[in-house]
Design a protein around this ligand. Structure first.
Ligand SMILES: Cc1cc2nc3c(=O)[nH]c(=O)nc-3n(C[C@H](O)[C@H](O)[C@H](O)COP(=O)(O)OP(=O)(O)OC[C@H]3O[C@@H](n4cnc5c(N)ncnc54)[C@H](O)[C@@H]3O)c2cc1C
Ligand code: FES
Length: 264
């Protein structure tokens, strides 16, 4: 399924911006055309400020749609995300979207295994709603550094892991899903994952070992976000076409299509 909807740029009114976990915010704004068109896995590119640095747009997964409202989740990592986290209700935001290719929901599986590492959780509320609408069973594996970063609203059947053991399973989310698959192996699964590259690489191996289709959403750094600057390459396994662009051909890719490296 490719994204045929032309992205639109719009000034949007901020509805709300709330801290939901340590340095993690939920920001909502009104964008009716985007709310009607966006599919799970797609993202928006937001110009965080007209006057201050950084002037480049910043990409964020669409996390949820509620009527005309679009919700994103953001984690403060630098100046752009800090400025966004300080937005107040009624302020205007320059948003471009929907961008990128959505997750593929129609493949042959009955149970979706959603795997999120940290803020990789962001695209999954929207995906969960879409999967449940078409009758798929959803199990969610979410891993965080500690309980303070936990943000799992609007997800289904949550299995939690933390690196420091402060909540849920003490260890990685990949170990958690491996243990789950050891116990249950009767369903026809598909893995949907988003998070650090190391986690995605481990899931690629797991998918291979267990013959489970695995679709990954990549969150590498971007500049233009629309396929012009060539600044977001990912290596393809296909030797004829060496690279794809994360912003235009992704951010979703089957794990069997790409060669992930630690720098992705
Ligand atoms: C398709 C896509 C979807 C994304 N969705 C979300 C989302 O839903 N929520 C969210 O919080 N973030 C998301 N991100 C990441 C987000 O875009 C970056 O965190 C943001 O651009 C950082 O901007 P900044 O100005 O705050 O930080 P900068 O000042 O640009 O960077 C601060 C530090 O973070 C590092 N950094 C910046 N971006 C990334 C990145 N993508 N990966 C690893 N390190 C990075 C920089 O190298 C630097 O060390 C997404 C990225 C992509 C490509
Ligand atoms: S960010 Fe410019 S081509 Fe992808």
């Amino acid at each position: 399924m490719s994204n045929e909807t032309k992205p639109q740029q719009q000034w949007c009114v901020v509805e709300n911006c709330t801290e939901i976990a340590e340095k993690i915010f939920r920001l909502s704004f009104k964008f009716p055309q985007l709310a009607a068109a966006v599919q799970p896995g797609q993202f928006v590119n937001i110009r965080v400020s007209e006057t201050e640095e950084p002037l480049l747009r910043r990409p964020f997964s669409v996390s949820r749609v509620e009527g005309d409202l679009i919700e994103i989740m953001l984690q403060i990592v630098g100046s752009g995300t800090r400025i966004l986290s300080e937005k107040k209700s009624g302020e205007l935001l320059d948003v471009l979207g929907p961008l990128g290719q959505p997750f593929h929901l129609q493949a042959e599986f009955d149970t979706a295994l959603i795997v999120a590492g940290g803020l990789g959780v962001a695209p999954f509320p929207l995906l969960t709603a879409a999967l449940m609408k078409i009758g798929k069973h959803v199990e969610t594996f979410a891993g965080f550094r500690s309980a303070q970063q936990e943000c799992t609203e609007h997800l289904e059947n949550i299995h939690l892991a933390t690196d420091d053991g402060s909540r849920g399973f003490h260890g990685t989310v990949v170990k958690l899903i491996e243990d789950y698959l050891e116990k249950k192996s009767t369903a026809k699964y598909k893995i949907f994952a988003c998070g650090p590259t190391k986690m995605l690489m481990a899931l690629t191996e797991l998918g291979k070992r267990k013959s489970i289709c695995c679709e990954l959403s990549l969150e590498g750094q971007m500049a233009c976000g629309v396929g012009i600057c060539q600044g977001c390459p990912v290596e393809l396994i296909d030797e004829e076409k060496k690279y794809a662009l994360v912003c235009k051909d992704g951010p979703t890719f089957l794990s069997t299509e790409i060669n992930l490296r630690e720098a992705n």
